[in-house]
Design a binder for this molecule. Structure first.
Ligand code: ZN
Length: 435
């Protein structure tokens, strides 16, 4: 090129580089560049270095007009002329390109943003940039780790949510592996992810956290898992424990599912199939009754009549509805009474699953009611759960917990992303009214 007007450099936008040639194929644009340097001194002795030779290094940069860019950097190799100096020879470096990395820094940062902020798959981004999977994953680690470790990412937390998610599904060699997510319920961000869901895993995290920071936590919302109750002690004994409404209702929903599956199996001798009466209404059973319309209600009753001879599923459904009623209460007193009624009804139910539900509710009585004193909401955990699942889905499963944690935190951890160009909008030309 070398048209002397700097047009090519303006488009390239890499400080300190000059464009030598541009060539293209349908699949990529190749830009050959060199640095604009004059005099270079030896790093050891300071003597003026002399040019030895050049090496061409190919790297990927941001896509150029819709095509992946191959940047060929004709690197200069310098040599020290001082005979006594042991510097010998070296190749030049640039802040825009890390040694041994096939993505420019800006391309690496963008790859990290695509995977982290937008929860895109590493394979998809690798494909777009024309590099391999490991290159993109390395860029995510390289650029993402400082963002996640930024001490300003997590502020003072007064309401902490603790929630488990499945990290790896069970297979032949291991049972399901869980991860525990720690959530700032007010800022609606994931603070951290811990491998495992045992008391010891959570306690280890509490030990590692800043004591002054932990002191400011006033409310801890968890699901109804004894391991979390144990794991929060003693470091979070000062905080009010709340059973997360979302998880309380989910427990009742799981009770319905359990009873339904058992009854299905007992009456039909197989797992639910599409035409089975109970299978057909499995979602209706879980929907809050106030959200079911007349037709749905009829369908549900028909399904129960056909598939639930001993009213076992119906019993579980009634239990679920009485649990949901607790959260419709207007006052703490009302909630207290409704919860007592729900537990009593479960207790006298002949179905073992329903009785077990009642026992769990009784064990968590104060925590369930605490929700009415603290107002800790269930929205954030539920919403963040979806974010976590999105990351998991796009990763098609993870082998490395560290990568999983990094990607969840990049996506839902309230990371401050580096500023990105924010051009004025070019507006669509509205059709002229006088046309
Ligand atoms: Zn030297």
């Amino acid at each position: 090129m070398g048209d002397g007007t700097g047009l090519a450099e303006a488009m390239l936008g890499l400080d300190g580089f000059r464009v030598l040639t541009v060539s293209e194929t349908v699949d990529e644009v190749t830009i050959t560049v060199e640095t604009v340097v004059g005099v270079v001194g030896c790093g050891r002795c300071g003597t003026r270095a002399e040019s030895q030779d050049r090496v061409a290094v190919a790297i990927r940069d941001l896509a150029c007009f819709g095509r992946p860019t191959r940047l060929v950097w004709v690197k200069r190799r310098w040599r020290c002329r001082e005979l006594d100096c042991d510097a010998k020879s070296w190749t030049e470096r640039s802040d825009a390109v890390d040694a041994q990395v096939v993505l420019t820094r800006r391309a690496g940062g963008e790859a990290c943003r695509q995977v982290g902020q937008y929860a895109r798959s590493v394979a998809g981004v690798a494909d777009e940039f024309g590099v391999c999977w490991a290159t993109v994953m390395n860029a995510v680690v390289e650029h993402g780790t400082p963002l996640v470790d930024d001490p300003d990412r997590v502020g003072t937390v007064t309401q902490l949510g603790v929630d488990e998610t499945a990290f790896l599904a069970a297979n032949r060699s291991h049972s399901t592996i869980y991860a525990t997510g720690l959530v700032d319920l007010e800022a609606r961000i994931v603070i951290d992810m811990v491998q495992g869901n045992a008391a010891a895993d959570l306690r280890k995290w509490c030990v590692g956290a800043e004591p002054d920071w932990i002191k400011t936590i006033e409310v801890v919302a968890t699901d109804l898992a004894e391991s979390y109750r144990a794991g929060l002690s003693p470091h979070l004994d000062h905080a009010r424990r709340v059973a997360d409404p979302f998880h309380v209702v989910r427990l009742a929903n799981r009770c319905i599912d359990g009873v339904r599956r058992r009854v299905q199996n007992a009456t039909l001798g197989h797992r639910g199939r599409r035409a089975d009466p109970l299978y057909k209404i499995r979602k209706l059973l879980l929907t809050g009754t106030e959200r079911v319309e007349e037709r749905g209600r009829e369908r549900m009753l028909l399904g129960l009549r056909a598939g639930d001879p001993d009213d076992e599923v119906l019993g579980a459904w009634l239990a679920k509805e009485s649990v949901r009623d607790v959260y419709l209460a207007e006052t703490r007193k009302e909630a207290h009474d409704l919860l007592a009624v729900a537990i009593y009804r479960c207790d006298i139910d002949p179905v073992p699953e329903v009785r077990a539900l009642g026992k769990t509710l009784a064990r968590w009585f104060p925590e369930i009611l605490a929700r009415f004193d603290t107002g800790a909401s269930n929205g954030p955990t539920e919403g963040l759960n979806l974010c976590v699942k999105k990351v998991k889905r796009c990763g098609h499963g993870f082998r490395s917990f560290e990568n999983y944690r990094l990607r969840v935190l990049l996506h839902a951890g309230g990371v401050t992303w580096p500023r990105r160009p924010c051009p004025p909008r070019i507006r669509t030309r509205a059709p002229h009214s006088d046309a």
